[in-house]
Design a protein around this ligand. Structure first.
Ligand code: COA
Length: 493
């Protein structure tokens, strides 16, 4: 979030109202007063609390804190502890399907498969849900909440010791994750009695709770909107789905207290995150409802999220599953895409005509050979397929081009199929689902009937280049070789 534009710190005090830290309250924080905090309570204070602890523990503990901080930083740099655990987590490879949030009625009048073909089930069309990252993260979060390792708690400054400890932990996470925010300002808002926070707590192995992050907002019940002041996840836990879950919890809490909109002033770095959480720069809430109420910032973007009463933000994947299923059921009534025809052994047949491909006639295209059908094996294809002389000429041309490609200086990485073990690209075939290489192209050309058009041949070559870019990324030297090869063959073709 950006820095305040107009109000001074004093004005902020006035604005935030009653900070509400009672005299004699045993809270230890440089911004929140003096007193003693019990040892076990310290555990409750966020992992990022080292800054705040300096006053409590004094200089003697400084070196210890520095050491701990370095350990944490090292953990961060080498990838988070949880991220590391994720890699070895056997559950990560588990294939699973989720149930839709509601019952989806089947298609009323689905298209019936012709004899020999069959209808694919909706489950098979959609495939497993475990392949989607967002579903995996949702499941991990829901499970963590169910088994109590992760807890979301609404906290406000209600004078209770426990709340104060959580709020202090939260303040420390915000201060560390939002370094541009003045510390006293963060403290004032977090402790302000008009604000409340959804705190994300993590239960450690010995049962202790740690503040891992949270969202602090001010509800405006009369205008039915809430203004998010701060939202952060501690560094080690970021990009694991906690931020999304936190936002979902905040939305559900907002709905529960009668809010219909959430507003926030996001700085440039936070805009993409808020966009992914359903916030938009388009403000639909009437200006009179929010202008003058929310804080005025410089260099930030006001964003809004409209809360839909019917959306269960904690179970969006189940809702999406129901929507996908409903769509497939509807498609059954208007298309044949659920109908599967038995495969054909093209090699045994030595190539077949387009019309003979099972299912082609059923798609209802007229004049397959004429202008009406622009498939890759049409038009010239039909001519080449039927005219032996044309077919031979094409074969000769493609062979000559392929030989030149194979002899090109940049061709060496593409001469054979990628050997994942030898090259160290162990995940190559997980990433590249349609592999192709010059040897395979040669084998296809040798069949004599495979490349019945130049376009099919070019498509294979281009796929080889695209696979290379996808796996190695732009700027990689193998990608550069692929691009130079592409330039060469495009000149020849
Ligand atoms: N820029 C672009 N995308 C971001 C992002 C950022 N700064 N932070 C998170 N994302 C993306 C993630 O990559 C992920 O995308 P995906 O779903 O397509 O994979 C998505 O947003 C949600 O990620 P998630 O893991 O749920 O979020 P998180 O736990 O990393 O928490 C923040 C997100 C913003 C809360 C966290 O990065 C943070 O605390 N940042 C510092 C404080 C901050 O900037 N707060 C926001 C303004 S107050």
């Amino acid at each position: 979030m950006g820095k305040r534009k107009t109000r001074s710190d004093d004005e902020v005090d006035e604005y935030s109202g009653d900070v509400g830290i009672d005299e004699g309250m045993e809270v230890k924080d440089e911004d929140a007063g003096n007193g003693e905090m019990k040892k076990e309570e310290m555990l409750l204070v966020g992992k990022e609390e080292e800054d705040g602890k300096e006053d409590v523990l004094g200089k003697a503990s400084e070196s210890k804190q520095k050491r701990e901080r370095t350990d944490d930083d090292e953990k961060d740099e080498s990838g988070s502890v949880e991220a590391g655990a994720e890699q070895t987590d056997p559950a990560a490879d588990e294939v699973f399907r989720i149930e839709p949030i509601c019952k989806v009625p089947p298609a009323r009048e689905p298209r019936i498969p012709p004899p020999g073909a069959w209808a694919q089930s909706t489950d098979d069309i959609l495939g497993p849900d475990s392949q989607h990252n967002y579903v995996q993260r949702w499941r991990k979060m829901s499970d963590a909440e169910k088994n109590g390792t992760v807890i979301f708690k609404v906290v406000r400054n209600d004078n209770k010791r426990e709340s104060m400890v959580y709020l202090l932990g939260l303040k420390n996470v915000f201060v560390k994750q939002l370094p541009n925010m003045p510390k006293p300002y963060v403290t004032r808002l977090v402790m302000d009695r008009k604000h409340e926070s959804v705190a994300l707590l993590n239960r450690g192995p010995s049962g202790e709770l740690q503040v891992m992050g949270g969202c602090c907002y001010r509800p405006f019940p009369q205008q039915k909107f809430g203004e998010i002041a701060f939202l952060a996840i501690s560094h080690v836990q970021q990009v694991q789905g906690y931020g999304t879950r936190l936002m979902a919890q905040t939305k559900e809490r907002s709905k529960a207290i009668g809010l219909t909109h959430l507003l926030t002033c996001a700085d440039n770095a936070a805009v993409p995150y808020f966009k992914k959480q359903g916030f938009s720069k388009k403000i639909t809430l009437p200006m009179e409802a929010w202008q003058g109420y929310i804080k005025d910032y410089e260099g930030v973007t006001l964003m809004e999220c409209k809360l839909h009463p019917k959306i269960d933000y904690l179970n969006v994947p189940l809702l999406l599953k129901a929507q996908k299923m409903a769509l497939i059921e509807k498609l059954r009534e208007v298309s044949n895409c659920h109908i599967v025809f038995p495969g054909i052994d093209v090699k045994a047949k030595g190539g077949i005509d387009i019309e003979d491909i099972p299912g082609i006639k059923e798609i209802g295209l007229k004049n397959i050979r004429g202008h009406g059908f622009q498939g890759s094996r049409s038009g010239a294809a039909s001519v080449a397929a039927r005219d032996p002389a044309a077919r031979q000429a094409l074969q000769k041309l493609l062979q000559s081009i392929l030989t030149q490609i194979k002899n090109h200086n940049s061709a060496w990485p593409f001469l054979q199929p990628v050997n994942a073990a030898e090259t160290g690209a162990v995940d190559y075939y997980d990433v590249i689902k349609n592999p192709i290489d010059l040897q395979t192209i040669q084998e296809r050309l040798d069949l004599g009937w495979y490349y019945i058009t130049k376009e099919i041949f070019v498509a294979d070559l281009k796929r080889m280049v695209a696979n290379c870019i996808q796996y190695n990324g732009k700027g990689h030297y193998i990608t550069d070789l692929a691009l130079s090869l592409e330039k060469f063959f495009m000149q020849k073709l």
